[in-house]
Design a protein around this ligand. Structure first.
Ligand SMILES: [Zn+2]
Length: 388
């Protein structure tokens, strides 16, 4: 799997591989514990009867680590092929239902989309075959029974991982492969996104329905898994479609195309009263760059002003309260707008100074981006067909 809209982008930084950050979501630890527990209670006692209770726990821990390595290899395959196809990769996060390689943009062609998506399941399939071959060799070499049993388990787990990821539903790899195929066939990436999104929803709700039917027919607890996975897919598929559409709409557009130019600025020597009357009340601006003799210093906003008692507005100067420019709040005009949106969605500020060196070029806000995306959406779907 890779990139889901609602999947947490944060996580504990675990290790770097090939210059990629590998992160662990806190939910992974819960999964790891569940995997060890269920393997040592059920799977291995069935597959390898006659061992002590702690032997099963140790084998369960090894199997969990092998599963962890398999997931990392699956995501690493996506990340490296993405990089080869000119897509920047932020890092890899392992979470509740597997892993995500965070790709910073959409692939430019259906071929690239297909290669990046297909290599994950291909890697898992190759691991499944490799582990099965290793298990056969271990048996033939007469190694202790837990060795082939562990390899059998890893072979099975990788096979399940490959098949599950081939389900044609976002955010699974199969959903991306489907989108790449439709894109190639019909030549329209937007249409491909919408059709694959609809198919993803149908599959997700199909799984939920299947889960409930099997539950009512007296099915086991496994039915609950179907329902849980169905709900997960339904939610993340919808946000994946939104994310793809936003990225495609913003693709190739720079911050300078969205920013407000010729903004009114404040002088650091002004009092807050003067600044509030002239700028905030006079021009209804709530985010005001502070400029001294052509040099951008930082900004003041309505929130900072509210923090100062009105009776002090005459003896406090802009200089005393403004927030200085930092990389956090200032962006260059040639920054890709998709990257800015990602930054805002990842919890960054909603308003930015746009500057080239120390020269102010404008300001850009989340609502500027959303306004554009709203217009793109209206132009695409809101206009009746005969008017297009
Ligand atoms: Zn994948």
């Amino acid at each position: 799997m890779r990139r889901g809209g609602i999947v947490a982008k944060t996580g504990l930084h675990f290790v770097n591989l090939f210059g990629l950050r590998i992160n662990l979501s806190p939910s992974w630890f819960l999964v790891a514990a569940l995997v060890v527990w269920s393997l040592s209670q059920r799977y291995f006692p069935d597959a390898l009867p006659g061992l002590g209770r702690w032997d099963y726990v140790w084998i369960g821990v090894l199997a969990m680590l092998g599963l962890f390595g398999s997931l990392v290899l699956h995501e690493l395959a996506h990340a490296l092929v993405a990089r080869q196809n000119g897509v920047t990769v932020g890092g890899i996060t392992l979470f509740l239902f597997g892993g995500v390689a965070e790709l910073k943009s959409e692939p430019g062609t259906p071929g690239a989309e297909f290669r990046i998506a297909a290599v994950g399941p291909a890697m898992s399939l190759a691991l499944a075959l490799g582990m099965a071959a290793a298990a056969a060799l271990a048996r033939r070499a007469g190694l202790a029974a837990p060795v082939p049993a562990l390899l059998d388990y890893l072979s099975l787990a990788n096979l399940v991982l490959a098949l599950f990821n081939l389900l044609p539903a976002f955010p699974l790899d199969g959903g991306r492969i489907l989108r790449a195929g439709l894109w190639r066939l019909r030549g329209n990436p937007g249409e491909a996104t919408r059709i694959s999104g609809a198919i993803s929803q149908a599959i997700a709700w199909g799984l939920i329905l299947l889960g409930f039917l099997s539950l009512f027919a007296g099915g086991s607890v496994d039915a609950l898994w179907l329902i849980l996975i169905g709900f997960f897919l339904a939610t993340v598929a919808a946000s994946t479609v939104r994310q793809i559409e936003m990225r495609v709409a913003l693709d190739g557009r720079m911050v300078s195309q969205f920013m407000t130019r010729n903004v009114i600025t404040a002088d650091p020597r002004e009092t807050l009263r003067e600044m509030a009357d002239r700028v905030m009340l006079g021009r209804a601006a709530s985010f005001v760059p502070v400029v001294e003799r052509g040099r951008l210093m930082g900004f003041v906003d309505i929130r900072l002003l509210r923090g100062i008692d009105r009776e002090h507005w005459d003896d406090t100067h802009v200089d005393d309260i403004f927030v200085a420019c930092t990389e956090e709040n200032t962006v260059p005009p040639d920054m890709p707008s998709g990257a800015l949106l990602e930054r805002i969605l990842a919890g960054g500020p909603r308003k930015y100074l746009v500057a080239r060196g120390s020269r102010l070029e404008g300001v850009v806000t989340l609502s500027d981006l959303l306004h554009f995306l709203g217009m793109a959406e209206t132009l695409r779907s809101g206009v009746p067909a005969h008017c297009r």
